[in-house]
Design a protein around this ligand. Structure first.
Ligand SMILES: [Zn+2]
Ligand SMILES: [Zn+2]
Length: 267
C-alpha cells in the first residue's frame, strides 16, 4: 500500500523515476519468467502477512476480533500448509505458463512512463475487463459439475476464508486466472508499468477479498461499487452467487447477488 500512496502523492515524476529504474536495472528481470513468478508469489505472501498477524492477535484483542466476518479462525498450521501448496503449484504450473506467455509476446519498453492519469485509467480498465472475464469463468465452472469438481472445488475446500487462500486453487484454476489477467492487460493495451501495477493491485484485491475482516476503512465500505471480503465470504459459505471478484454490477445484472451475511457477534 505504501507504493500506492507514493504513486498518488509522487505524481508523474515518481512514475518516471520508477520506470527509468525498471528500464535501466530491471529490463532482464522483467523478461525473466523466474523473476516474474518469484515476484508474484512474494507479493501474495507479503500482502497476506498483515492479515496473518491480525489472525494471531485477534483472539486476544477485542477491537480486532469484532471486525472478523466469521468467528472461526484458521490456525497457523493451515497457513503454512496453504503456503507450501501454492508454492508447489507455482513451480509446476505457473512458472512454465509464464515462460510460455513471455516467449510468445513481444514486449516493447517505451522510454516514457505513463502519466498518473493514464496509469490510473489503464489499471481501472484492466480491473473492469478482468472482473467481467472472471465473472463469466467463475459462473461457468460453478454451473458445469465437471469443471467444478476438476478445477474449482480445491478453492472451495476453504470454507472459512483467510488471506493466503486467495491463491489456494487447483493448478488449472491458477493458470486460467493468470491467463485472464494477461488477456485483460493485452485487451486494454496498457503501458508495461500500468500492467505491473494492475498485477499488484489484482493480487492485493484477491487477498482483501479473502482476508475475513470487514474493516470500516476497507475499499468496499468507502466505494460501495466494490464487493470486498463480506461479499466473497458469502460465496465461500453458500457455494453459489457473488461470482464477480471485485465489483458488484455483474451479480446485480444476472441476479446472482447474495446478501453479505456478516455474522453478528451476539448470535
Ligand atoms: Zn475465493
Ligand atoms: Zn466459487
Amino acid at each position: 500500500m505504501i507504493v500506492f500512496v507514493l504513486l498518488i502523492f509522487g505524481g508523474d515524476a515518481f512514475l518516471q523515476w520508477i520506470w527509468d529504474l525498471v528500464c535501466e536495472e530491471g529490463r532482464a528481470l522483467l523478461m525473466s519468467p523466474h523473476w516474474s513468478v518469484f515476484a508474484a508469489f512474494s507479493a501474495h505472501l507479503i500482502f497476506s502477512v498483515p492479515f496473518l498477524l491480525l489472525d494471531v492477535f485477534s483472539p486476544h484483542v477485542g477491537w480486532i476480533h469484532k471486525y472478523r466476518i466469521r468467528r472461526q479462525l484458521v490456525g497457523l498450521n493451515e497457513w503454512f500448509r496453504c503456503a507450501s501448496r501454492i508454492l508447489w503449484k507455482y513451480v509446476v504450473g505457473v512458472l512454465p505458463l509464464t515462460a510460455l506467455l513471455l516467449s510468445l509476446r513481444r514486449t516493447h519498453l517505451p522510454e516514457k512512463a505513463p502519466s498518473m492519469l493514464q496509469s490510473f485509467r489503464e489499471c481501472i480498465s484492466c480491473m473492469l475487463v478482468f472482473d467481467t472475464l472472471f465473472f463469466m469463468f467463475h459462473y461457468t465452472i460453478h454451473k458445469i459439475p465437471w469443471f467444478y469438481h476438476n478445477i474449482h472445488s480445491a478453492h472451495h475446500m476453504n470454507r472459512e476464508t483467510f488471506a493466503l487462500a486467495a491463491q489456494d486453487s487447483s493448478i488449472g484454476e491458477l493458470l486460467s486466472l493468470q491467463s485472464l489477467a494477461f488477456l485483460s492487460a493485452m485487451l486494454v493495451r496498457c503501458h508495461p508499468l500500468s500492467e505491473i501495477l494492475f498485477h499488484l493491485l489484482n493480487t492485493w484485491m484477491a487477498v482483501e477479498d479473502h482476508c475475513g475482516y470487514d474493516f470500516p476503512w476497507a475499499l468496499h465500505r468507502l466505494l460501495p461499487c466494490f464487493s470486498g471480503a463480506p461479499h466473497h465470504s458469502a460465496h465461500h459459505q453458500h457455494f453459489r452467487g457473488n461470482f464477480a471478484p471485485y465489483f458488484r454490477h455483474w451479480d446485480y445484472i444476472f441476479g446472482t447477488s447474495l446478501p453479505t451475511a456478516v455474522e453478528k457477534r451476539n448470535l
